[in-house]
Structures are given as structure tokens and as C-alpha cells.
Design a protein around this ligand. Structure first.
Ligand code: HEC
Length: 122
């Protein structure tokens, strides 16, 4: 019973946060950290793992994004999107991102620093 209650609290907290992120996105369309946080779910599978290595499609060292320069992150994502920088999985992902998504995601990752280690979304 205790466990069950704890689970519900987490679900409620997540829903509240989700609503907040959506609101923040609507209010401030320019490189928004909160909006970015809601858009990195698909990046965490590769960029948020210990040692930063992918297992698929092959073992490959994945760069850490948290704390990198915002302009650098934006230009890297645009380069993957345009095909100027080649990496198949990153290209496949970048083409799904709008310029707004890229700005938000870059803002989000750039805002992280070594003291953000409690942030699971690195
Ligand atoms: C399937 C695994 C995978 C996923 C999912 C993924 N990435 Fe990547 N990403 C990589 C790998 C591997 C590299 C290094 C590629 C290279 O050498 O160019 C990379 C490189 C990058 C770089 C360049 C970093 C640098 O230091 O130059 C950026 C920025 C980036 N990814 C952002 C993202 C974002 C944002 C998402 C989610 C929208 C994402 N990635 C999702 C595997 C992934």
C-alpha cells in the first residue's frame, strides 16, 4: 500500500511538471531551457548513459552534451540536420527537430554544469 501511494505521487509530480514545461514553451519561444528539457527525452538514451557509449548500432563513444557551449550545440545539430556533419543516427534525429527545438535543446544542455549532477537528464 505504501509503495502504491509513492508511485502515485511520482505520477502526479510528473504530470504537473509536464504541464509547466508546455506553458513555459508557449510563453517564451526563444531558446527556452524548460522547453528544451521536455524535448531531450529521445537524447537521453544515448547521451545520458554512464561512460557515454552507445550499444547500437555499434559501440561508439557518445559526447557529453551538458555544459557545452550553446552556440556550438546549435551549430552541431544544424550541421547534422543539413548533412554537413555526418553521423547517421544523429542525422536521423536532427531532421526531426525544428529550429525552435534546436534552440531549446541547446539552451537546456548549455545551462547544465558540474553541479547539475542531480539532474538525471544530462
Ligand atoms: C542513437 C544514439 C543517439 C541519440 C538517440 C542521440 N544522439 Fe546525439 N550523438 C550520438 C553520437 C554517437 C554522437 C557522436 C557522433 C559524431 O561523432 O559526430 C552524437 C553527437 C551529438 C552532438 C555533437 C556533440 C559534439 O560534442 O560535437 C550533439 C549536439 C548531439 N549529439 C545532440 C543530440 C540531441 C539533442 C539528441 C536528441 C534530440 C541526440 N543527440 C540523440 C548518439 C545519439
Amino acid at each position: 500500500m505504501k509503495k502504491f501511494v509513492g508511485k502515485n505521487v511520482v505520477i502526479v509530480a510528473l504530470s504537473v511538471f509536464g504541464g509547466f514545461a508546455a506553458t513555459a514553451q508557449a510563453a517564451d519561444p526563444v531558446g527556452n531551457v524548460k522547453a528544451g528539457q521536455s524535448k531531450v527525452a529521445m537524447c537521453i538514451g544515448c547521451h545520458g548513459i554512464p561512460e557515454y557509449r552507445t550499444a547500437y548500432p555499434e559501440v561508439y563513444r557518445v559526447p557529453m552534451l551538458g555544459g557545452q557551449n550553446r552556440a556550438y550545440l546549435e551549430s552541431a545539430l544544424r550541421a547534422y540536420k543539413k548533412g554537413d556533419r555526418h553521423f547517421d543516427t544523429m542525422h536521423a534525429i536532427a531532421v526531426t527537430l525544428s529550429d525552435q527545438d534546436i534552440a531549446d535543446i541547446a539552451a537546456y544542455y548549455a545551462a547544465q554544469n558540474s553541479s547539475s549532477k542531480s539532474n538525471p537528464d544530462k
